[in-house]
Design a protein around this ligand. Structure first.
Ligand code: ADP
Length: 483
């Protein structure tokens, strides 16, 4: 099968979160299974910096706009692990400081940026190779699914080519003013409630949900949750209408990148059978956070997260004073909302020997925390799939999570300590503190704790199984469209 991925992120070139990890790992696994995969991402400034010289594959594609044309180049991003990368170069749209926004807000022309990207990808495939199926991701590329069934409707090469939309986070829709219909040359009769319109705005994600042949999201629980008002963010009716084409597939982990046995970013290597290296990682982590003289009896709690309300950072803020009374140290790595970027270091300053925060995006430090912490905290208000808890399991770093989405599907607490982590329900910071206290009580019981670590490390969240589930979805939509 020939699959084209169009996405706004792909590790290591462009990453703000889990989407990038999925776009890097899933194609590799599909290739291993014998499929042909090409991945298109924008040629952001960050990509250009990382790639010294990329060959031009297509020197000029025309991307029409109402009173002018834009032009895109397609660059060869090389083949890694059998996956062919292509970069879509439109410097006026993507040669910028950030991917989506600046501290003062989203780029005002995001509709144009990602609309143009989608169109350029479709045009590129007509020259480089039309796939059997397009796989698009989140609002940024959802419009490729819309375009296939609208402005490209009469194109014979796309007639039988389906599109699968994966929603990595239904909290981000891509809302744009009505005039976006004209900017992207979309017919006005699609600006209706059952198509692209939502509260008098153009909603890119909704368009994808309506027009994609199948929709997947990154855990089974989240696939159910988004059909409710609590998690659907206003799109719950659209999701419910597509319920028979909506599938939850839990993300896998790329153990080539996230494995304490081989991880090049950590101080000591270890396995479930030989845990000594984890102590070294713990020492190294504490040193990196300038936390000296911490006893082995003190639990090191780690957080790696986008600093966003979604991630339940406010729960942590809420319990912090009480948490600091416990025998713990807290190390946090994150960036995102300015409010938390300021607040957390201020709070850390009140507990100098017990809490440290690094406000930045730092992949190496993320690995060090996964390896060096004892407990990983992930109290998300909602969590479509979540990768960090899955990485934590592999590193024997026991997760404490809120029971939602992918966290609910991957973390199990048992009263006898027989699970792989600790969970709390409800939107309740007291319940979080309670779960942490249960974890700390178990941490003090070294035998039970070590058994839990070993069990967590033995779990297999590799990509093979989810990749097979994606293939089943591809096969289904290909068959539906050809019949
Ligand atoms: P989301 O995609 O919602 O941000 P996930 O848990 O699915 O959450 O994926 C987060 C990914 O981003 C993980 O690979 C995590 O290590 C990484 N990450 C998040 N914040 C940072 C940061 N500040 N520095 C380095 N890596 C980060």
């Amino acid at each position: 099968m020939h699959i084209v991925f169009a996405a706004s992120e792909c590790a290591p070139w462009a990453k703000t979160g889990g989407l990038a990890d999925v776009i890097s790992a899933l194609p590799k696994t599909l290739v291993k299974m014998g499929h042909k995969v090409q991945v298109y991402i924008p040629y952001y400034r960050q990509v250009a910096k990382a790639v010294s010289k990329a060959q031009v594959v297509l020197p000029s594609l025309t991307v029409p706009f109402p009173s002018y044309n834009r032009f895109a180049r397609v660059l060869d991003g090389g083949i890694a692990d059998g996956v062919q990368m292509y970069f879509v170069d439109m410097p006026e749209l993507f040669d910028r400081e950030s991917f989506y926004s600046t501290p003062s807000g989203d780029y005002p022309d995001n509709a144009e940026r990602f609309g143009a990207f989608c169109r350029a990808v479709l045009e590129a495939t007509k020259i480089i190779g039309v796939p059997d199926v397009f796989h698009v991701h989140d609002w940024q590329t959802a419009m490729a699914a819309v375009m296939l069934r609208s402005i490209y409707y009469f194109d014979p090469v796309f007639r039988k080519v389906p599109a699968v939309l994966t929603i990595h986070n239904a909290g981000y829709h891509g809302w744009f003013p009505p005039r976006t219909m004209e900017t992207l040359l979309l017919p006005w009769d699609m600006f209706t409630m059952d198509k692209l319109e939502q509260y008098d705005q153009v909603n890119f994600l909704k368009g994808g949900v309506v027009y994609a042949d199948a929709i997947t999201t990154v855990s089974q629980t989240y696939a159910q949750e988004i059909q409710t008002a609590e998690f659907g963010n206003g799109l719950e009716d659209s999701f419910r209408r597509r319920a028979s084409d909506l599938f939850g597939i839990l993300n896998g982990a790329d153990y080539g990148e996230w494995n304490p046995e081989t991880d090049p970013h950590i101080a000591g290597h270890y396995t479930a059978g030989k845990l000594a290296g984890k102590q070294e990682c713990r020492r190294d982590l504490l040193h990196a956070f300038h936390l000296e003289d911490i006893s082995d009896e003190t639990a090191v709690i780690g957080v790696v997260s986008r600093l966003a309300t979604q991630k339940g950072i406010d729960f942590i803020v809420d319990i912090l004073d009480r948490l600091m009374q416990e025998d713990v140290v807290l190390v946090m790595l994150g960036n995102g909302e300015e409010y938390y970027e300021r607040l957390l270091p201020e709070m850390a300053a009140r507990y100098p020997g017990k809490m440290r925060v690094q406000v930045r995006f730092d992949n190496v430090m993320a690995h060090k925390i996964e390896a060096g912490a004892d407990i990983f905290l992930m109290p998300s208000r909602y969590e479509p799939g979540g990768l960090n808890q899955i990485y934590s399991l592999k590193y024997g770093t026991i997760p404490v999570v809120r029971a939602t989405g992918g966290l609910q599907d991957s973390i199990h607490e048992r009263p006898d300590g027989g699970g792989n982590g600790f969970k709390f329900w409800g939107y309740d910071s007291d319940a979080l503190l309670d779960a942490i206290q249960r974890a700390l009580a178990t941490f003090r019981d070294k035998k039970t704790w070590t058994a839990m670590m070993k069990r967590a490390m033995a779990e297999d969240f590799s990509w093979e199984k989810p990749a097979q589930e994606y293939v089943r979805v591809y096969e289904r939509v290909i068959q539906n469209r050809s019949s």
